[in-house]
Design a protein around this ligand. Structure first.
Ligand code: HEM
Length: 380
């Protein structure tokens, strides 16, 4: 029996268990999964503060969303007459239905938040500069796709919250002069959110966007490796200084496994204690007041309240445009790999001010707006 299990282990670890450095290096090079890492890494890139694990956590969350999403797909029916009922069924007739839905819902919110934080970390440490420009652009596209994934999933429960959040979101799309109305029509398949929209959102959410994210993430990770690993303040040592590099196994891999374990435990605990909301079935004749977009679009909804064009269209579009061209115009290469170096104080202050502005708008939109979008002085 032991022999049988050893044979299985050796078929996976073809060079044997990596118990000495030579085998560790061979394991990193010969394994399909592990070879996305360099066999040796710089000690500075192992520090928790180098990345806060944010990119990796985003990746793990994406993986967990695919797994829980496939399970939910076995039971979900994308039709207005059946969608809400299939969410209810999760509670009564599907084994682990509620906890799987909770894992999926909280994981999706966490992924949006972590991807944005990861982007902030990369900006502050100057990780967008040459030679990483293309990877930064891939990252900006990943952030947009992540928001798209979350937004399209939002409609699927077909409850009041979903229906009206997506109605508000698609009105924001339609308000873009010129391209807005045809884009909203393409997205919804109709002039209002209905049967066609639910089917389109389902296909986008379960097939198109996950495939696009998976492909782009593969490119993103490939480029992290090809661009010389993480940006750190410590430059690669000369070959003569070889020993200053540490083998990725076990130093990096064990840290990554610990991060994965922590994430799984935290998400499971949250999902066992807090249930994802499910409001009454969508009713197109009963508009909630106020109707709010999902939280990550509430900052834009708040801005659009002041001016539909400047707040709802110009500022978001200009922000994306600036992010895309940034690495090609900001070419100084000083102070990289640190969070507050004197060479990057102006750039980082501007970035933090803009981020603080968006966070403040989001908090106001989320907690301090009541009926008819009037300001409420107590969180509601
Ligand atoms: C699905 C979303 C994403 C995933 C799964 C992901 C994954 C990762 C991982 C695993 C790393 C290496 C470790 C780390 O930095 O934590 C990384 C690095 C990087 N990411 Fe992302 N990322 C995503 C989104 C983004 C976004 C939104 C941006 C920026 C707009 C971005 C830009 C970068 C850059 C430039 C690097 C190299 C940074 C450096 O060398 O310090 N990524 N990403």
């Amino acid at each position: 029996m032991r022999d049988f299990f050893r044979r299985i282990r050796d078929s996976v670890f073809r060079v044997g268990w990596p118990e000495d450095e030579r085998r560790a290096l061979m394991a990193m090079r010969s394994s399909f999964l592990l070879h996305i890492h360099a066999a040796k890494v710089r000690p500075a890139s192992l520090r928790a503060t180098a990345t806060w694990g944010l990119g990796l956590l985003s990746l793990f969350l994406f993986g967990s969303l695919v797994i829980t999403g496939v399970y939910l797909m076995f039971y979900y029916v994308p039709h207005p007459d059946a969608a809400w009922r299939s969410m209810k069924d999760l509670a009564f007739v599907v084994p682990f239905g509620v906890v799987t839905r909770n894992l999926h819902r909280w994981g999706a919110h966490a992924m949006v938040a972590l991807v944005l934080l990861h982007m902030g970390r990369v900006f502050l440490t100057g990780g967008y500069k040459a030679p990483r420009e293309a990877n930064w652009v891939a990252g900006v596209l990943l952030a947009i796709l992540t928001l798209g994934l979350s937004f399209t999933g939002y409609l699927l429960p077909w409850d009041q919250l979903a229906y009206w959040a997506v109605t508000v979101g698609s009105k924001m799309v339609a308000s873009v002069p010129g391209l807005g109305p045809p884009a909203a029509l393409l997205l919804l398949g109709d002039h209002t959110v209905g049967e066609a929209a639910l089917l389109r959102f389902y296909v986008l959410h379960c097939v198109v966007l996950p495939l696009a994210v998976a492909g782009l993430v593969a490119f993103h990770l490939y480029r992290v490796r090809k661009d010389g690993g993480l940006v750190t303040s410590e430059h690669a040592p000369a070959p003569a200084e070889g020993p200053r590099l540490l083998p990725a196994w076990p130093h990096l891999i064990y840290r990554e496994l610990a991060l994965l374990g922590g994430l799984v435990v935290a998400l499971l605990l949250l999902s066992m204690v807090v249930d994802a909301p499910l409001e009454p079935q969508a009713d197109p004749t009963r508009t909630p007041n106020p109707a709010k977009a999902p939280w990550y679009f509430l900052g834009i909804q708040e801005l659009a309240h002041y001016s539909a064009f400047w707040g709802g269209v110009f500022i978001p579009a200009a922000t994306i445009g600036v992010l895309l061209v940034l690495p090609y115009v900001d070419r100084h290469d000083q102070g990289l790999g640190r969070y507050w170096p004197k060479e990057r104080r102006t750039a980082n202050s501007v970035f933090l001010l803009i981020a603080a502005f968006f966070v403040t708008e989001t908090v106001i939109g989320t907690f301090f707006r009541g009926p008819a979008w009037a300001l409420m002085w107590w969180p509601g």
